[in-house]
Structures are given as C-alpha cells and as structure tokens.
Design a protein. Structure first.
Length: 363
C-alpha cells in the first residue's frame, strides 16, 4: 500500500490514458457542444452550457489535467462570447446580480467543478496503479518466499529419507494413495490439494527421531517406541508457524490414530479423527506393508489388502478402506499420483499456498 508521502507526491498531470480515437472523439464532442451552446444562447435553454462538462472531464482523463483545463478555458470563452449580447443588456439595465451569477459565476464554477472531478478521478487512477504495483511486488516476494520454503521442505524430506533409506519415496507414494482415496470420495479440488500437502508432510517429524531407531532391524523397546511415536506431534510442531499450513496440522498430528481410539498421540476415535488423517492412515499402512522394512518382510499387495480388510473398523475407517480397495481393484495396485500432475510434485504444494492459502481444510 502506498505511503502518505507517496500519495501526496502523485502528479495527476502526468497521467495519460488516450488512444488513437481520443483526439477525434474529443474534437467532435467539443464541436457539437459549441454548436448547441451557440444555438441555444438566446432561448430558454441557456443551461445547455453544462454539456461542456463532458469534454472537460474526458480531456482530463484521456490526456491529462492540462488538456482538461484547456477545454474548460475554451468552454468559458465560448459561453461568454455566445452570451455577450445578453451580458451587455444586463450591464445596461444594472442587473448586477443576474450578470454575475448567470453570466459568469454559474458557468465558470460548473466548469471548474468538472475539472475538479477529472482531477479526483486521475488521482484515483494513479492510486490504483500504485496499489497494483505494490501488490505485484508483494506477490513476487511471496512467490520467492514460497519457493524458498519448498526448497527447504525438499531438503528436510531428503534428510528424513537419508536417515531411513527403507522409506525413500514413501511420502510420495502415500500421497498418491491418499489422493486416490480422496478422489474416490468425491473431495473437491481445494480439499485434494490440501490433502496433498498433509500427505507429503505427514512424516516430516521423523527428522527429529534418531536414525538408528528408524533403521533398527529388530523390534523397538518401549522407550524407543515412545520416541518414534512422537514424530506426528513433532512434525505438527515444526510446521505450526507456517500460516497457510495451519489447517493441516491436525491431519499431520493424528495420522497414527486408530478408528477404535487405540492409536496415538491422543487416542482419538471415529469421526473425531480428521478425515485427512484417516485417509493418510490407510495409505500409509498400505505402502508400509508392500515396501521393504528393516524389521519385517515385504508383503504382497494381496496380503496388504487382506490386512486392510481385517483392520477395518478397528485401526482404519471402514468407509475409507472400502474406497481404497475399489481404487486398487479398478486402477491396479499402484494408482497414478494425480492425473496430469507435474513432474515436480512440489509444484502442487506451491500452488496450494498461492491459490488456497491453506484454507482448504481436510478435517
């Protein structure tokens, strides 16, 4: 937004907005009004001089305020010349009030008022341009900040995967499955994009979990398990200062809740678990089962689907399990991430911040 100093420094005389038709239009308008004024001077239509207001304002807006002032001066001279016999008669009859108000004050004041209107409109135009320029600069700065944030995000996700090579590509695959479920449920595009963000970030809290725990080939002891269980809350805490992700934090924090209330971190159950978190829970479990892990063997897609079915209503939302199984039945075991998705998946993430500001809540 321009400062007070910038607003005061605006020079309306420098603003132009004319086209190649402006001069012919202005000329024709002035000529027409001049003829009307001359032909109505000695009739009851003396007030027709007000028509000069149109070319005065038009000249000011199409060219600049000097042009408007020039037309106003011409109009004043034309009106005075056309009415000169009447003015002389008023003088001879000592009709001073009529001479002053009807002969000079009213037409001159009106033309000055029209010029003032043109000036106000020019200032408004300039202020609009200033605001657009400032908005453009702000948008550019925001774009750069978002691109920087996405670069940092990529680095953070790379750091997570470097800690646990077994989960390389896990977030992208979970995102694909989650989006497939969301589309099967008929979620809108805003919700789909927000679900994308939550899914791609769901394990970012693992950056705070020691790598040896993530790569441990055997079962975790209770203390180690508690540390690993902290990653959803840690991820939400890491992202809470980012305004456009604020609505997604509950999804990230609760993607390990169970439908029967026996999950973590808060033991939420049923519909109290955000929808996005319930979707990611199904997608996350499926990818974990069909991917290699240091603590167990890979399961086949058929075995993973059987496990989802077995846990429907306990660990997973039955409706979401059914939706995901329909997708897998229709599209195969690895549904496409997103129809027409860009090669750089983080481009979708960037578009969420630009288009929705994080207000497309999936809850």
């Amino acid at each position: 937004m321009p400062s007070i100093e910038q607003i005061r420094s605006i020079n309306p005389l420098d603003i132009t907005g004319h086209t190649r038709f402006s001069l012919p239009v202005l000329t024709a308008c002035v000529a027409a009004v001049t003829l009307v004024v001359w032909f109505t001077t000695n009739t009851t239509q003396q007030i027709m001089f007000i028509l000069f207001g149109a070319p005065v304002i038009y000249a000011g807006l199409a060219f600049n305020l000097r042009a408007g002032a020039g037309i106003a001066a011409y109009a004043a001279a034309t009106v005075t010349t056309a009415r000169w016999p009447v003015l002389v008669q008023n003088w001879q009859l000592a009709q001073w009030e009529k001479l002053f108000f009807e002969g000079f004050f009213v037409p001159f004041f009106y033309l000055a008022f029209c010029l003032f209107i043109a000036w106000i409109m020019l200032r408004e135009r300039q202020l609009s341009r200033e605001c657009r320029d400032q908005a453009g600069k702000l948008a550019t700065a925001n774009q750069r900040n978002l691109e920087l944030f996405v670069s940092i995000l990529k680095a953070m996700m790379a750091a997570v995967e470097a800690k646990d090579t077994y989960t390389r590509g896990h977030s992208e695959r979970v995102t694909g499955y989650a989006l497939a479920i969301g589309r099967e449920l008929g979620l809108g595009e805003t919700e789909i994009r927000s679900l994308f963000c939550a899914a791609i970030l769901h394990d970012i809290g693992k950056i705070g979990v020691p790598g040896e725990l993530l790569r441990k080939p055997g079962p975790l002891d209770p203390q180690e398990y508690e540390i690993v269980k902290s990653h959803p809350a840690l991820g939400a805490s890491m992202l809470e200062g980012i305004e456009f992700l604020r609505d997604l934090l509950p999804v990230i924090a609760h993607h390990h809740e169970w439908y029967n209330g026996k999950g973590y971190p808060d033991g939420l159950a049923g519909k109290d678990i955000p929808l996005g978190a319930r979707i990611i829970a199904v997608a996350d479990a499926y990818d974990a089962m069909i991917s290699e892990r240091p603590y167990r063997c890979v399961r086949s897609p058929a075995q993973a689907k059987d496990e989802l079915n077995r846990c429907r209503g306990t660990q997973f939302d039955p409706e979401l399990v059914d939706a995901f199984l329909r997708v897998l039945e229709r599209e195969g075991d690895t549904p496409k991430l997103l129809a027409g998705a860009p090669a750089d998946l983080y481009g979708i993430f960037l578009s969420v911040a630009q288009e929705t500001g994080g207000h497309g809540r999936v809850a």
